[in-house]
Write a protein that binds this ligand. Sequence first.
Ligand code: DX5
Ligand code: ZN
Length: 216
Amino acid sequence: MILVSPSLLGCDYGKLSAEAADVVNGGTDMLHIDIMDGHFVPNLSFGPGLVSTLRKQFNTVLDVHLMVTDPKFIAPLFVDAGANLITFHIEADSDISEVLDYLEEKGIKAALSVKPGTPAEAVFPYLDRLYMVLVMTVEPGFGGQKFMPDMLPKIEKIRAEINRRGLDTHIQVDGGVDDKTAPLCVKAGADVLVAGSYVFKQTDRKAVIDMLHGLQ
Ligand code: DX5
Ligand code: ZN
C-alpha cells in the first residue's frame, strides 16, 4: 500500500491551515513538514510552533523532515511539539545512534534521509532501527525542483536490502514527485510519496491523492 505525504512547503502559506485541511480531508496519510536551519541547507522554513498548531488541528501523522546540521538539539523541539515521525539526515553532524536512541525512548518513529550524493549503503548499518528511509530525489532545500532519475537505482538497492533482511521498513521519496515520476519511484520500491508543488497546485487534491494511492 502506498502512503502519501503532501509537503506543506508547496502550499499557499497565507492559507496554510485550510490547505492542510484540504489534503487531510482528501485522504492523505501524513503531512510532510520541512524544517530547515539555513546551514544544512541554504534556506529557512517552519519551526516547532507550526507543528504544535497542526497537532491541535489534525489527528494525522505529522511527518517532520529535519534538514538541519544538529538534529540532536533540534529533534526534541519537534517531538515536544507533537511530531509522530522524525526524519533526519545521515549527513548531519550529530551522532546518529544517539538521535535514534532518543527517538526510540520517546516512542517516535525514526527515519534517516540520504542526499543525492550519498550512497544507498550508508543507511545499511541503521536499517534495523528505522521506520523509514528517505531517499532525496532533489538536493534538499527548495520545492519545485526537477526529479533526479539517477536516484532510482538507489531506491532499488535499499529495497533489496530491506527485503533481504525481511524488514518492513518504508522507503520515502521527496523532490520532484508528480504523476510522471511517482510511478517510477513505486516501481523501484518506494512506498511513501512526498509531493509538494504537484499536490498543492491542483484544484482537486483528493483526486491526486487517490491516484498516488492507487500506484503499484
Ligand atoms: C525539499 C523538501 C521537499 C519539498 C518537495 O528540500 O524536502 O519536501 O517540499 O517539493 P516538491 O514536491 O515541489 O519537489
Ligand atoms: Zn521534505
